[in-house]
Each structure stands twice: as C-alpha cells, then as structure tokens.
Design a protein around this ligand. Structure first.
Ligand code: ATP
Ligand code: MG
Length: 231
C-alpha cells in the first residue's frame, strides 16, 4: 500500500543540518495496522508526512499503491491525498468556524460532490461515530473526544483506503483515548489500512506491528502478542 525505500529527509545543510529521517525502508501492506513509536524528535511525524505525500523526501522513494510519488504532478498528489488517504492529528485541526457536519463535508467539496449528498454522507458518518445529535455544534462546543471523532469522520469523508494518524489520542484522557483507539481498530477490521503514531506503548499494542524509530532510523519492528489481550 505504502512503500518507503532508502527514504531520507534532511533539513538544512552543513553543521546546521538535521537528519530527520536517514535511510528508512518500510512497507505497509494493504489492510495492515501499524504503529510507529519512538522518542520525541526521532522522525515519526516526518515519516507520516512523507507517507501521506504532504512532503517530499530529500532522498529515496515513497510509493503509494505502487506509484512513485516523485513522478506525480502536484494535481495528482492532491487528488491522491483527497481520495486515498485520510489524516487525523493530535490537535484535531477542525475549522473552528464550521459546524461539525460542515467540517465533515469539507473534503467532499473539492471533489464536486453535490451539496445534498455531502450533507447526507457527513450526517451518516457523524451518526456512525456516535455524534448524530451534534451536527450543528461548533468545535469549541464539543469535548476533546467529540472533536477527535468529528476529525475521524472528516478523514473518512472520501472513503480512503488508508488512515494516517499522528498522536490521535495525545490530547485525550485515557478513557476517551481508548474509545478513539477502538474506533480505529474497528476501521481496520473493516479492511482499512491504519498507520498510527504514538509514544504510548499501551496504545501501540493495539497494532499488528510496531515500528520503533530512533534518530531517523528504524531500530526494530515488533509484533505485540494479540493472544495476550484476547486471552
Ligand atoms: N521543517 C523543519 N525544519 C527543520 N527541522 C525539522 C523540521 N521538521 C522537523 N524537523 C526536525 O526533524 C526531527 C524529527 O522531527 P519529527 O517532528 O519528525 O519528530 P517526532 O518523532 O514526530 O517528534 P515528537 O514525538 O516530538 O512529535 C527533529 O529533530 C525536528 O526538530
Ligand atoms: Mg511528532
């Protein structure tokens, strides 16, 4: 689904150079649930940005669905981000002046989905995420957990194959974070590929595979024992 080969992301030059990523090889399979863990500054967010074609590597290749992103036009990259990928962030990143339902509709606008259809789809997604009674609320009128559920609904608006989530539980209490993780696990069991960044090892244990980053390199990959949690 997503393949990184020899990926580097270097910022600046000379003595001031930061090697945010320094030779990363990683393949995310279709339908996989992968967690990325590592200390602050190890390159986790940088890696997710490259996986989501939000940024280009300074070396190596990033391929999404078998296509090298470096050969794609800006328009094709935008379309790829709009249709194949869904993004969820720690700060929710909702538009503060738009209601919940309008936030969820937003990604459908550039695809030319008619207003009525957008509204219906957004309403259905909010309903699925347990926010059917909150479509007219502004982000500030919602709790953190509710805002993150709106953000997940928005990420799902164009039915992406992959959800890329950067610390989605980072601003939530343990119980609310647990709810968000159950939602992501549910999306994965429906066949969606999930790549999740977290510094919380308990959160990472929900994934099939945990990739450990350190100083811009993959240190190791582990597989949390699923039988331990289901026993
Ligand atoms: N735009 C930029 N310009 C210069 N350096 C950057 C830039 N973005 C990130 N870096 C540097 O790259 C390194 C990796 O940053 P990154 O944000 O990927 O880390 P992270 O693992 O997500 O950390 P955290 O857990 O704190 O979010 C850091 O040293 C950071 O300072
Ligand atoms: Mg980060």
């Amino acid at each position: 689904m997503i393949r990184l080969e020899g990926v580097q992301k270097h910022y600046g030059t000379g003595q001031a150079q930061v090697r945010a990523l320094d030779g990363v090889d990683l393949e995310i399979e279709d339908g996989e649930f992968v967690a990325i863990v590592g200390p602050s500054g190890s390159g986790k967010s940088t890696m997710l940005q490259l996986m989501g074609a939000l940024d280009a590597p300074t070396g190596g290749t990033v391929a999404i669905e078998g296509v090298d992103t470096s050969g794609m036009s800006a328009t094709a990259l935008t379309r790829l981000r709009q249709t194949t990928l869904g993004f969820v962030f720690q700060q929710f990143n909702l538009v503060p002046t738009l209601t919940a339902v309008r936030n969820v509709e937003a990604p459908m606008v550039p695809l030319g989905v008619p207003r009525a259809e957008r509204k219906e789809k957004a309403g259905d997604l909010l309903e699925t995420l347990g926010l059917g009674d909150r479509p007219g609320h502004l982000p500030l009128q919602l709790s953190g957990g509710e805002q993150q559920r709106v953000a997940i609904a928005r990420a799902l608006a164009n039915d992406p194959k992959v959800i890329l989530a950067d610390e989605p539980t980072g601003n939530l209490d343990t119980a609310t974070g647990g709810e968000v993780m159950r939602l992501l696990a549910g999306l994965n069991s429906e066949g969606r590929t999930i790549v999740l960044i977290t510094h919380d090892t308990e959160v990472a244990d929900a994934a099939e595979r945990v990739v450990h980053l350190r100083d811009g390199r993959i240190e190791r990959a582990t597989q949390p024992d699923a039988s331990a949690s289901t026993a």
